[in-house]
Design a protein around this ligand. Structure first.
Ligand SMILES: [Zn+2]
Length: 290
């Protein structure tokens, strides 16, 4: 039986069954290799069930699960909890509304995490409305405090993140929601890889389309997820259109861009590009090419 988090906390039985089911899905979908990955979910404000270390998540039995408090103390269970549980505890600490956390190493999302690229382009309507943009948490040494520190900034604003050179993390109001978000992250990464990498073209959504999707997302009660970059945004988030200036994504409105995705250009990068252009031009001039 799969519970959804609607009428208070689910029972131990429900949570444990859901964790075992997610473990099986995670393993059969190739989201983890060997004994990788971990899952946790709350049964009370200060109680979580979590997966053990050193076990394939596809073959867990309920006696292997560990009950812990949010300070990391084991309350029940003879198995050792996951070594990555600190990351889960930090997510719960940062945002008490979160009731479940899922961590996996799905191949496409992990490839983006290795490439150092967030999933932040508006290419899929479902992704904009469902999970939003997926930021990249900076590299952190496994097993250290760097790992929880690296994810903390995203816990109140997003629905999951990539972990540089490692994998992906998602969270939600219940274990199934956290798992579904992990599936959506991997799907978003796969489609990004096909369109941008293999096909070499992605017709990204316009600012206006993204505005409307986010409005619908907000109306459906999801206030986290950030904002993926629309067609007019450059690879680093700098915008081709600037607030109040001409904007090709709003031709019907007389070209004045007022959309909320306008982000300040990274002045350091702009300065650097201008400097490089200046140097190149002076070298060319010195050599008599200009
Ligand atoms: Zn991991």
């Amino acid at each position: 039986m799969i519970y959804t988090f609607e009428d208070g906390y689910p029972s131990d039985y429900e949570v444990k069954n859901t964790i075992l089911e997610i473990g099986r899905r995670m393993y059969t979908k190739n989201f983890v290799a060997s004994n990788d990955g971990n899952i946790s979910a709350k049964v009370a404000p200060n109680r979580i069930w979590c997966t053990p270390t050193g076990v394939s998540k596809g073959y867990m039995t309920d006696d292997m699960l560990v009950l812990m408090d949010l300070d990391g103390n084991v309350l029940k269970g003879s198995w050792k909890p996951s070594s990555e549980i600190k990351m889960h505890l930090r997510v719960y600490k940062e945002n008490p509304k979160i009731n479940a956390v899922v961590h996996a190493h799905p191949p496409a999302a992990t490839s983006y995490a290795i490439a150092g690229l967030p999933l932040n382009r508006a290419i899929l309507t479902e992704a904009v409305m469902g999970i939003g943009e997926i930021p990249l948490a900076p590299y952190a040494m496994p097993g250290t405090e760097e790992v929880p520190e690296s994810v903390a900034p995203f816990v109140n604003t997003h629905n999951g993140c990539l972990l540089a050179n490692h994998g992906a993390l998602s969270w939600g109001k219940d274990a199934m929601e956290a798992w579904m978000r992990m599936e959506s992250i991997e799907y978003y990464a796969q489609v990004s890889m096909y369109t941008r990498g293999l096909i070499g073209q992605a017709n990204e959504l316009t600012c206006e389309q993204v505005d409307r999707l986010i409005e619908r997302r907000t109306n459906s009660g999801i206030t986290t997820g950030g904002r993926p970059l629309c067609r007019n945004c450059g690879p680093d988030g700098e915008r081709a259109c600037e607030a109040g200036k001409s904007c090709s994504c709003h031709p019907a409105e007389g070209g004045s861009c007022t959309c909320s995705c306008v982000r300040p250009a990274e002045s350091g990068k702009a300065d650097e590009a201008a400097l490089v252009a200046e140097i190149v031009s002076s070298i060319l001039a010195a050599k008599g090419y200009r």
